[in-house]
Design a protein around this ligand. Structure first.
Ligand SMILES: NC(=O)c1ccc[n+]([C@@H]2O[C@H](COP(=O)([O-])OP(=O)(O)OC[C@H]3O[C@@H](n4cnc5c(N)ncnc54)[C@H](O)[C@@H]3O)[C@@H](O)[C@H]2O)c1
Length: 386
């Protein structure tokens, strides 16, 4: 297989991990270079034995030095749209990290851009789509085994170090990250929409900052074994020094409720400072129930009237980042797409719809009301139709 000439815009931790996973599953990589004012992914590439190529001053310089087999975008969320536009103009296939863009206006503009026949292929890193356990959840729901989807209860709870990192990294500011839920759980809302087979009709949400505040700073910052807390991770580009005294303006915990156009209903609970980590989807259908534990990578399913023990599946692979082998699976999916023409597991449209869903949830929280999503979908469909 010929090597893939790759250019990177935003060589942060994420793109470096994706490149390491690509190398691990056998991509023949030729990393030509990158654009990044402070590339925090360099040590990760060095650990993986990947040469980063040369630095370029800006996207135009990098993209002018083509051809590329793949342009990878891993910049902070507020830059995705402008970096996508530059890569569209260059015309090479693109892998871009989620969330695809940061605002509703950018989503509508992107929907219009994607109508151009000259737009190159675009693959979005909604990595959960590639996880074997998530594929199994989708297959079980699609098979009809659970009957009609009635209601879903889902969570994502992060440990104190992860929450502290979010409170210091660029994600702490709406202007850069969008929101806590947009950056962290657009993955989950992408899958929920896929399971429901429908778009949200109405959403409600409450959330705020009750953890990473100056008032909470009085507690000793040590773990029970004496190790320092909230101190372990380099918080990267435009970071703040202290998780409790930053200029954070996104939530650190949030709950949301969604009613889909199909009638399925969902509640979601996210917290960024828990002692018992969890990412769990409890999916109840008219004829059966499924429980997916995404942290432990285990699935349990049983028919509603079945008195036998539930069927249990253990997907075994566990990694500290809770991605549980998903990065490697996504790297294989992307290679199969580029070399064999196989469909990538998620489309740019599904990525935009997941983003818009979370943006509606955040609007409901900010405005303190139930948001009717119909006008948002009408605007999106109009943009897609040109
Ligand atoms: N799919 C996933 O599971 C997953 C996980 C983590 C992050 N992400 C996404 O990946 C993206 C990057 O996140 P991260 O965790 O790697 O953050 P990061 O802070 O580690 O990396 C961001 C990089 O962008 C660089 N950058 C800043 N301004 C730039 C500019 N003008 N041009 C080019 N580069 C610039 C920064 O210097 C930094 O190296 C985000 O969109 C995030 O949502 C996805």
């Amino acid at each position: 297989m010929n090597s893939f000439r790759i250019g990177v815009i935003g060589l942060g931790q994420r793109i470096a991990h994706v490149l390491a996973a690509m190398e691990e599953v056998g991509w023949p990589l030729d990393l030509a270079g990158y654009v990044d004012p402070a590339p925090v992914g360099l040590p990760i590439l060095a650990d993986a034995g990947i040469e980063p190529g040369r630095p370029y001053p800006d996207p135009a310089a990098l993209l002018g030095d083509g051809p590329f087999d793949l342009v990878m975008i891993g910049s902070p969320n507020h830059l995705h749209y402008q970096h996508l536009k530059a890569a569209f103009a260059a015309g090479y296939p693109i892998f871009a990290e989620k969330p695809i863009v940061r605002t509703e206006a950018e989503t509508l503009a992107l929907a219009r851009d994607l109508r151009q026949t000259t737009t190159p292929p675009l693959y979005i890193g909604l990595v959960m789509r590639s996880m074997p356990i998530v594929r199994e959840v989708i297959a079980r729901v699609d098979s009809g085994e659970l009957g009609e989807l009635v209601s879903v209860d889902a969570t994502e709870h992060l440990g104190p170090e992860h929450g502290g990192y979010l409170a210091r990294n660029w994600r702490r500011r709406q202007e850069w990250g969008g929101s806590y839920l947009l950056d962290k759980v657009c993955h989950d809302f992408d899958i929920f929409g896929r399971l429901a087979g429908a778009r949200p009709a109405k959403v409600a949400s409450f959330g705020g900052r009750s953890i990473f505040t100056p008032e909470q700073d009085a507690r000793p910052k040590v773990y029970s074994d004496g190790a320092p807390a909230y101190a372990l991770r380099d918080a990267g580009w435009s970071s703040a020094n202290d998780a409790f005294h930053s200029d954070m303006d996104v939530t650190d915990h949030q709950i949301a409720m969604v009613e889909y156009e199909s009638g399925a209903r969902l509640s979601f609970h996210a917290n960024s400072h828990v002692a018992l980590q969890e990412r769990r989807w409890y999916v109840a259908g008219t004829r059966g129930t499924l429980l997916a534990d995404l942290v432990r990578n285990k699935l349990m399913v049983r028919g509603a009237l079945d008195l036998k023990k539930p069927e249990r599946m253990d997907f075994h692979e566990r990694t500290d980042d809770n991605h549980n082998g998903a990065d490697q699976a996504m790297a294989r999916d992307l290679l199969a797409t580029l070399t064999e023409g196989k469909a990538f597991p998620v489309t740019p449209y599904e990525s935009m719809e997941a983003g818009l869903t979370v943006m509606a949830i955040d609007k409901a929280m900010t405005e303190g009301r139930v948001v009717d999503c119909a006008p948002m979908w009408a605007a999106y469909d109009a943009a897609r139709a040109g």
